[in-house]
Design a protein around this ligand. Structure first.
Ligand code: GDP
Length: 372
């Protein structure tokens, strides 16, 4: 059998070891011959069911991958999801690529309201990157889904790489595959020129896209961020956390001791402070439900999975319990439910607000300077 490669992660397809990279049942390979889309089981499940099959990129392999990137004379293109900055950060990237030039790509621009200026988003992303110890040469905003700014991205890459190879890195779900596909379409017009090669000392394969001058763009395997909300929902409900369209912010005038439920996925308590507007940035289909803080615990226990959805169906039983995080807000800040969205609070030094944010156990809640 000639060597086949997964078009998702680039791993060499194999049918023997279920726990190793590239495993695909023999039947799926046959089927894929007809469609031309061959994914390993892990990528297939992740794409279609959002199930993580237990073939993790081991931390060891991941370190080797970062080492190889760090040791190369290369431009590193780090793709992040603007909608989920915290869920997009690659742990340790700054340390390993400190000698390399970095181009930061903020993908999923289409989700943010059009009224927000690109320059503001870029500035904001630059600040967040600095906080993570990353010093990108430049920041560019794209929508891989809408094929927006792909040409500009390629031009930027070409200017910044100065004849060097390019490594595209990102955690899963940021849209890296969609972006790579858009890049391939733009530069080659066909898939045939794509090949793969292996990271030395790992079972991981990188996808190579040849450039005119003999250099390559390498697409590296996406690293799974274990704290993403995506891991707790089935395919049917993923739409709530992976918006396809511009989100329409909704402002709620809340009195102290009121609670907002974010479907059944999270909760926001306004504990004390002046009555004020809280602006929610979530997928347009996610139903927010206002109730009294005093009865909120009982309300959630009674209605999670019925009135408060998602989760639905068999997700409900496995859904992690909500964990409470309390904050005193004295500035214009966002409370981010990692991967789900955020609530903007316009408090100030003399008008602080005491709030609590509840998110599923394992999903991060982060306080940050307001994006909008
Ligand atoms: P990867 O795991 O990083 O390779 O991510 P994928 O390319 O598989 O994309 C993850 C999810 O994000 C999919 O549901 C995509 O349809 C969606 N997605 C990718 N790019 C964009 C984008 O530019 N805008 C929006 N709204 N969604 C996107």
């Amino acid at each position: 059998m000639e060597a086949l490669f997964c078009i998702g992660c680039g791993a060499q397809i194999q049918t023997e070891n279920k726990k190793a990279a590239g495993y695909t049942p023999a039947g799926s390979i046959k089927k894929a011959e007809e469609t031309g889309d061959l994914y390993c089981q892990r990528c297939f499940r992740l794409r279609h069911y959002n199930e993580i099959v237990d073939v993790h990129i081991t931390d060891d392999e991941f370190l080797k991958l970062l080492h190889e990137v760090g040791d190369s004379q290369a431009l590193v293109v780090n793709v992040i999801d603007i909608f989920d900055f915290n869920g997009s950060v690659i742990p340790g990237l700054a340390r390993f690529v400190s000698g390399n030039d970095i181009l930061l790509v903020g993908n999923k621009r289409d989700i943010l309201p059009k009224s927000v200026k690109d320059s503001k988003v870029t500035q904001w992303l630059t600040e967040r990157a600095h906080e993570e110890g990353l010093r990108p040469l430049d920041v560019i905003l794209t929508s891989a889904q809408n094929h927006q700014a792909i040409k500009e991205l390629i031009e930027r890459i070409d200017t910044l790489r100065k004849g060097r190879d390019v490594y595209v890195v990102g955690v899963t779900n940021v849209g890296k595959s969609t972006l790579i596909n858009a890049i391939i379409k733009e530069i080659t017009g066909s898939k045939d020129v794509i090949t793969t090669s292996r990271f030395p000392g790992t079972t991981l394969d990188k996808i190579e896209i040849p450039l005119d001058d003999g250099s390559y763009i390498f697409d590296t395997p996406g690293i799974i961020h274990r704290h993403q909300m995506a891991h707790y929902l089935t395919a049917k409900n993923l739409k709530y956390i992976s918006p396809k369209k511009e989100i329409k912010p909704k402002t709620y005038q809340l009195n102290p001791e009121q609670t907002l439920f974010l479907g059944g996925l999270g909760r926001f308590d306004f504990i004390s402070g002046n009555k004020q507007g809280f602006t929610a940035y979530f997928d347009n289909n996610l139903k927010l439900h206002r109730t009294k803080l005093a009865g909120a615990d009982i309300f959630y226990n009674k209605h999670a999975g019925s009135l408060l959805t998602p989760p639905t169906g068999k997700e409900v039983a496995d859904f992690p319990k909500l964990v409470r995080h309390e904050f005193t807000i004295k500035d214009k800040m966002d409370i981010v439910y990692s991967g789900l969205g955020w609530i903007r609070i316009k408090a100030s030094q003399d008008k602080p607000a005491q709030v609590a944010a509840w998110a599923p156990d394992g999903v991060a809640v982060v306080l940050r300077k307001a994006l909008i």
